[in-house]
Structures are given as structure tokens and as C-alpha cells.
Design a protein around this ligand. Structure first.
Ligand code: NAD
Ligand code: WQD
Length: 365
């Protein structure tokens, strides 16, 4: 059993990954400032793992039947060395930290907002990661898995997109992720003990099949999948499909949608490989390798869940690409990882989450 620090662990991908790591027997310390999430997500993770709530040193903890604290929550900011030191100290009672590795999800992720608030995006995503790496050095922890993104590739020249494709982000969000990837490469170069995975996700969607945890965006979602579930639920009138004139078979954009549980399992496998191998830096796409159009996604959702999703066509969204599909062969070769869940699983599980949680995590506990 390892103790793993998960930044942003209350968020969409982080909460699903907490569940997978606890299920694999690890102890998890979450640091999250809840700016885009709710502690309710961690209560749900604990319930799914049969852990009981308690308090220790002012923190929320959840313990196993044998009384071991298995999930710990620090309400803190990755830009604060005090908050990070506190989180690393939860790793163990000794002077030096027993946190074995960090999974780093915390960050700001809305492409549109990043254009209007670049300073916030650079501060949280880049300066936040620099603070985290400093804290890791202070606490002698040198293994990190970083949430990177397909947004790095901007307008790709070839499909499916290999990791060797040009890094040319088309927006400030992608620029901050590219900067962190470079920072991590420099850190790896500086000292051979670092073990780093840079995981470039494509389009994470869906939810845990229990419907207990899922994606809960603030305000009007900018991403397609949460919009579809909200329209199906009657919360919004229709989905606007951005563009019917893309050079694709049905004229709508094509994306590589990946079930969030497949993504969470990819993190566990990347961590296992980093902890066991001499590989210093892994840079991997995580996608299914299959593209589905926006229209196909809407029609699949209607067919699988038996509910209509109203839509209307609208002009193309600035900055969008026609098609984005991962070449994930490196992840298969190096991690033994590939997606196991289908578009049907994505639609069914995402709908179960929305039906059970019309307003997401709000108004709970
Ligand atoms: P999310 O917003 O649900 O989760 C991010 C979490 O980080 C939230 O819980 C938020 O409260 C927390 N956070 C933000 N700023 C913080 C700070 N300064 N200190 C501590 N916590 C902070 O997003 P997600 O979809 O789970 O994404 C997780 C990571 O994956 C992000 O880094 C994102 O850029 C990256 N990513 C996401 C997608 C996607 O489509 N969801 C795709 C590629 C990459
Ligand atoms: C998917 C498709 C839209 C909304 C973004 C980020 C990327 C990554 C994942 C973080 C596109 C179409 C969407 C709508 C629509 N996030 N669409 N109507 O843009 O592929 O990727 O999220 O790293 O960096 O850029 O995802 O879900 O916004 O769009 O027609 O209301 O759905 O045009 O073709 P995207 P998305």
C-alpha cells in the first residue's frame, strides 16, 4: 500500500481516480480548494469504498473497518506551501514524508475562460505546479503523474494524433499545460530520481456506473456531454451543435470520447509503471483511438437511454478543430492500458449520474 497525494481530488477526474486508488488498496490524501468542486464528491467516494467519516487534526478523514485512515481531505490551495506541507505531513507520522507519489489534477480547465483570464490560468496551472514541485522536493517525494491535455496539439497535422505531433496550443489554457510539460521535462533533467508521467487526455466523459459520482460543472457547461445530459433532463432547452459543415462524414466535429473510469484506471497503471521502472519520463496520450461525431454522440445517447435530446445547428465555435482522435498505442505498449468501456457505457453511466443528481452535488449534506 502506498500513500498517494491527489491534488484536485474532489474534481471530476480526481474523484474517480481516488475511488480506483482506494479500491487498489492505496491510502489517499486529497488537497483541493473546492473552487470547482464539492467535498460531497469525497463523501460519495468514501461511501462507495465502505469507509466511515471522522475527524483527525482538524481534517476530514474516512477510515476503513480496521480503523486505518484511508482517505484524508485537506481544504487547501496548491499555491500555498503551508497547505502543501500540511498535506505531505498527513502521509505519515515521521519527519520525512511517506507520501510515495502525487497525482496532480488541480488546475483551471475552461478554454473560453482562459482567453479572458490568462493571469489566473498561468497562476494556478503553472505557478501552482511549481509550488507543488518545490513541496515534493522538500518532502523527498519525486514521483508525479500530471494531467495534460490534447489541447496541446492545437490544429493537428495528422490523425490519429501521436505524441510526437507538434505542440502548438491554440489558447492560453493549452499554453499553460505546455509550459508545465516543459517544466516537468526540465525537472526530470535536473535530477535522475524524478519519475514523471505526462498524460494527455482527449475528451473525458461519463461517470462511475453507480451514478453516485460524476461531472458537476459550475454554471452553463461549455463541454458537449454535460450539456447533453442537462438537455435530456429538461434543465436546458437544446444542444447547439457548433458547425454542420466540417469536413467529416456527417458534417459535425469528431472527438475521441473516453470514459472517465478508463481514464482513472490509466492513472493507476501509469503510477504502477513509474514506481516499478527506470523510465524517468512518460508522455502518453490517453484516448480510445476511435472518433465519434457530435451527432453520433447525441443519437447514441437518445438510443441507449430512450430519451430525446433536442438540438439545433449553430455556426462553428471559434478555435474548434474538425477532428481530434488519439493514437494511444504508446499507452498500450508501455502501460498495458487501453479503453475497455464503449460509447454505450459512457451514455448509460453519464445518464445514471444526471438522473440521480439533477443538481449535481448541490444541496447535499
Ligand atoms: P475539475 O475542475 O473537475 O477538477 C479540478 C480540481 O482542482 C477541482 O476540484 C478544483 O476545485 C481544484 N482546484 C482548482 N484550483 C485549485 C488550486 N489552486 N488549489 C487546489 N485545488 C484546486 O476538472 P477535471 O475535469 O477533473 O480535470 C482535472 C485535470 O485534468 C485538470 O488539470 C484539467 O486541466 C485536466 N484535463 C481535463 C480534461 C477534461 O476535459 N475534463 C481534459 C484534459 C485535461
Ligand atoms: C466537443 C465537440 C464542439 C459544446 C475541450 C478542451 C480540451 C479538453 C476537453 C481540457 C466539439 C461540440 C460542444 C456544444 C457542440 N479539456 N460542441 N456544442 O472542445 O473537444 O475539448 O474539452 O483539457 O482541452 O478544448 O470538447 O466537449 O467542448 O466539444 O457542438 O455546446 O462538441 O464543437 O466538436 P473539446 P467539447
Amino acid at each position: 500500500m502506498a500513500t498517494v497525494l491527489i491534488t484536485g481530488g474532489a474534481g471530476f477526474i480526481g474523484s474517480h481516480t481516488c475511488l480506483v486508488l482506494i479500491g487498489a488498496g492505496h491510502r489517499v490524501v486529497v488537497v483541493d480548494n473546492l473552487q470547482n468542486s464539492s467535498v460531497e464528491a469525497l463523501h460519495r467516494v468514501a461511501e462507495l469504498c465502505n469507509l466511515s467519516p471522522g475527524q483527525a487534526s482538524g481534517h476530514q478523514v474516512w477510515t476503513s473497518a480496521t480503523g486505518e485512515s484511508q482517505l484524508i481531505f485537506i481544504n487547501g490551495d496548491i499555491r500555498s506551501s503551508e497547505d502543501l506541507d500540511q498535506a505531505f505531513r498527513c502521509g505519515g507520522p515521521g519527519e520525512s514524508s511517506e507520501v510515495t507519489a502525487v497525482l496532480h489534477f488541480a488546475g483551471l480547465k475552461a478554454v473560453g475562460d482562459s482567453i479572458h483570464q490568462p493571469l489566473s490560468y498561468w497562476h494556478v496551472n503553472v505557478e501552482g505546479t511549481r509550488c507543488l514541485l518545490e513541496a515534493m522536493r522538500r518532502h523527498a517525494c519525486r514521483t508525479i503523474v500530471f494531467s495534460s491535455t490534447a489541447a496541446l496539439y492545437g490544429f493537428p497535422k495528422a490523425l490519429p494524433i501521436p505524441e510526437s505531433s507538434c505542440i502548438q496550443p491554440a489558447n492560453p489554457y493549452g499554453q499553460t499545460k505546455a509550459a508545465v510539460e516543459q517544466l516537468l521535462a526540465d525537472v526530470a533533467q535536473s535530477e535522475p530520481r524524478w519519475r514523471i508521467a505526462r498524460l494527455r487526455y482527449f475528451n473525458p466523459v461519463g461517470a462511475h456506473p453507480s451514478g453516485c459520482i460524476g461531472e458537476d460543472p459550475n454554471g452553463v457547461p461549455s463541454n458537449l456531454f454535460p450539456l447533453i445530459t442537462q438537455v435530456a433532463m429538461g434543465i436546458r432547452p437544446h444542444v447547439q451543435i457548433f458547425g454542420s459543415d466540417w469536413p467529416t462524414p456527417d458534417g459535425t466535429g469528431i472527438r475521441d470520447f473516453i470514459h472517465v473510469m478508463d481514464l482513472a484506471e490509466g492513472h493507476r497503471q501509469a503510477l504502477d509503471v513509474l514506481l516499478a521502472s527506470d523510465e524517468q519520463i512518460l508522455t502518453l496520450n490517453l484516448g480510445s483511438g476511435h472518433g465519434h461525431s457530435v451527432l453520433e454522440m447525441i443519437q447514441a445517447f437518445e438510443r441507449i437511454n430512450g430519451c430525446p435530446v433536442a438540438y439545433e445547428f449553430a455556426p462553428r465555435r471559434p478555435g474548434d478543430v474538425a477532428e481530434s482522435v488519439a493514437d494511444s498505442s504508446a499507452a498500450k505498449q508501455l502501460l498495458g492500458w487501453s479503453t475497455r468501456r464503449s460509447l454505450e457505457d459512457i451514455c448509460r453511466d453519464g445518464w445514471a449520474w444526471r438522473q440521480r443528481n439533477r443538481n449535481g452535488y448541490r444541496n447535499r449534506r
